[in-house]
Design a protein around this ligand. Structure first.
Ligand code: FPP
Length: 264
């Protein structure tokens, strides 16, 4: 599909989206290992190629008019992989931030990290803080990196903090609502994803954004992440644009969450 066939985002003076380009797209980048095996390469080559594809995808997202892109780069469950592969994935994150942060900053990208920070290597913790701090005032694309992220863990952390606030008298049980729970999640200041794309043909969420995906459209594409390109990306967006979003009967064009500041 050509680029011209995807309606581009145009905005009116009051910042109201006037096209069906999804504001927030989240991606489960799956299939690096299968891609490598199919090419007779070690798994790590699939992950390395995956980082290249990620760079191109971030650029494409900005060009298409997407405001927020969330990527699942390392799950809470990925620690159970062989130590060498975990080490390689940690190394890729280090290199991605060290090599790409300046360029992302120049392009106006705001970086946000979600996931559990405790237990990460100290230098990785510092890189994550540096990426967020350096780019926090940028107003272009928001790149949300889900790192050491698991949705059930995120919800359990939120529940623990809610319980602590109730126990300390800072929150009344009656004030535990959908909106207030959302404020305890890692994604507190982000709108829910409009579209979640998973590559590799697998059709499940695998502990990714379980709370936030309540009304997301899900598109599963049959290519492994290293083969994800602009045409596949635009095809997924076109599929999203053909869906009728009903939000359980609400006649709304955007998800029924409190409008929040997204940096755009
Ligand atoms: C799934 O493929 C992918 C991952 C577990 C990690 C995704 C990571 C990258 C694309 C590169 C790292 C990016 C950053 C920013 C650090 P898989 O290994 O599960 O593939 P398989 O299911 O075919 O084995």
């Amino acid at each position: 599909m050509s680029e011209a066939e995807v309606p581009q985002s145009t905005e009116t003076a009051d910042d109201t989206p006037t096209s069906a380009v999804p504001r927030h797209v989240a991606i489960i980048m799956d299939g690096n290992g299968r891609w490598a095996a199919a090419h007779g390469l070690p798994r790590v080559e699939g992950h390395r190629r995956g980082v290249e594809v990620l760079r191109r995808t971030i650029r494409a997202a900005g060009e298409i008019g997407i405001k927020i892109i969330t990527i699942f780069s390392f799950s809470s469950e990925n620690w159970s992989r062989p130590a060498a592969e975990v080490g390689e994935l940690m190394g890729l994150l280090r290199r991605f931030i060290r090599n790409d942060l300046a360029e992302l900053h120049r392009s106006g990208v705001r970086v946000r990290i979600i996931g559990e920070r405790a237990g990460l290597a100290a230098d990785i913790g510092r890189l994550l803080v540096e990426a967020e701090e350096l780019t926090k005032d940028n107003t272009g694309l928001t790149l949300v990196v889900a790192f050491n992220y698991g949705a059930r863990q995120e919800i359990a952390r939120a529940a623990r903090r809610i319980a602590e606030d109730v126990a300390q008298g800072r929150l009344k049980p009656a004030d535990v609502t959908i909106d207030s729970v959302g404020g305890y999640l890692d994604t507190a200041d982000l709108p829910d994803p409009d579209l979640i794309i998973r590559t590799s043909g697998e059709q499940r969420l695998s502990n990714f954004l379980l709370w936030q995906s309540a009304y997301s459209e899900l598109v599963f594409v049959p290519v492994n992440w290293p083969d994800f390109d602009r045409a596949v990306f635009e095809g997924a967006i076109r599929e999203y644009q053909q869906r009728e979003r009903r939000f359980c009967g609400l006649a709304a064009k955007t998800a029924p969450t409190t409008p929040v500041k997204t940096g755009s």
